[in-house]
Design a protein around this ligand. Structure first.
Ligand SMILES: [Zn+2]
Ligand SMILES: [Zn+2]
Length: 246
C-alpha cells in the first residue's frame, strides 16, 4: 500500500507545500481536501472515491471545489465525502452556496457512521479532537497494519485521543509550531513539537510523520526534529509528493 502526501501544510499554501491532503490510491481514499488535492487526479486508480474530512476549515476542504477537474473524463461509480454532520452541512450551505460556488461537483455528502469498511478487510473509525469549531481524527485498521491521522488539535500528554491511536504502525500528526509557542498553540488549537513527540511515545506508535506545519516556515526542518528524538526517535517531516510504502 502506498500513502501519498498531496499537501502537507496548514492555513495557506507556500512555495514548497500545499495545504493538507493525503491519498491512498489503491483504497480510493483521500484524507482531507486541502489545496494539495488537485494532485489526486493523476493518482486515481479506483472507480470510486471516498474523501474523509477532519473538519470544514478551508485549508482542509477547499479541494472539494477542484473535483470537476480531478474527475474530468473519469468514470467513477461514486464519490462520497464523509465527515461529521455539522462539517458537511457547513460545507453544503457555505462553500457550495450559490453565490460562492454555484455548481456543485458530482459528489455526495455522506455523514460518518461509527465505523466504515475499507477494501482489504479494513475498517475506518473516528474520534473527537479539541479544536475551535471541532475536528475529528481517523484510525484505519487492516489485519496487518494500521494508521492514524490527527490534525488540528493541541497535543498534550493527557489528550483523550491517545487511547484511540494506541499501537498504530503509522501516526500522521499535525505540528504547526516549534517549541516555545505553547500559548499560540493553545489559542489556535494546534500543536508544538515536544507534546507531539510525547503523544507518539505514550501511544506506542511505530513511526510518526508530521504535517500541517506553519506555512511561514519554509525551511527544510522548521521544527528542529533532532531535539525530540530522545523522546520519540522515529519522527519525520512529511513533504509534498512524498510517497510512503506502507
Ligand atoms: Zn488546518
Ligand atoms: Zn482547523
Amino acid at each position: 500500500m502506498k500513502i501519498h502526501f498531496l499537501g502537507t501544510t496548514g492555513y495557506h499554501p507556500n512555495n514548497r507545500r500545499h495545504t493538507l491532503s493525503i491519498m491512498i490510491p489503491e483504497m480510493g481514499i483521500i484524507l482531507d481536501a486541502g489545496t494539495g488535492m488537485f494532485r489526486s487526479r493523476e493518482l486515481l486508480q479506483t472507480d470510486f472515491l471516498n474523501i474523509f474530512l477532519t473538519h470544514a476549515h478551508l485549508d482542509h476542504s477547499i479541494g472539494l471545489t477542484f473535483l470537476f477537474d480531478i474527475l474530468l473524463g473519469k468514470k467513477l461509480s461514486h464519490v462520497h465525502v464523509h465527515g461529521a454532520p455539522g462539517c458537511l452541512s457547513a460545507l453544503e450551505n457555505h462553500l457550495f452556496h450559490p453565490t460562492l460556488f454555484p455548481v456543485k461537483p458530482p459528489f455526495d455528502f455522506v455523514p460518518l457512521t461509527d465505523s466504515y469498511p475499507l477494501p482489504g478487510n479494513g475498517e475506518l473509525t473516528y474520534f473527537p479532537l479539541i479544536h475551535p469549531g471541532g475536528s475529528i481524527g481517523f484510525r484505519l485498521d487492516w489485519p496487518d497494519k494500521s494508521l492514524a491521522f490527527v490534525t488540528d488539535t493541541t497535543a498534550t500528554e493527557h489528550a483523550k485521543y491517545i487511547e484511540k491511536i494506541k499501537n498504530v504502525d503509522l501516526l500522521i500528526h499535525e505540528c504547526y509550531f516549534p517549541d516555545g509557542k505553547e500559548d499560540q498553540a493553545k489559542l489556535t488549537g494546534h500543536s508544538c513539537l515536544t507534546p507531539v513527540a510525547k503523544v507518539a511515545k505514550k501511544a506506542n506508535v511505530q513511526k510518526m510523520y508530521l504535517v500541517h506545519m506553519n506555512p511561514l516556515s519554509t525551511e527544510e526542518d522548521p521544527l528542529g526534529l533532532d531535539s525530540v528524538r530522545n523522546i520519540f526517535p522515529e519522527i519525520y517531516l512529511a513533504t509534498d509528493e512524498m510517497v510512503l510504502d506502507f
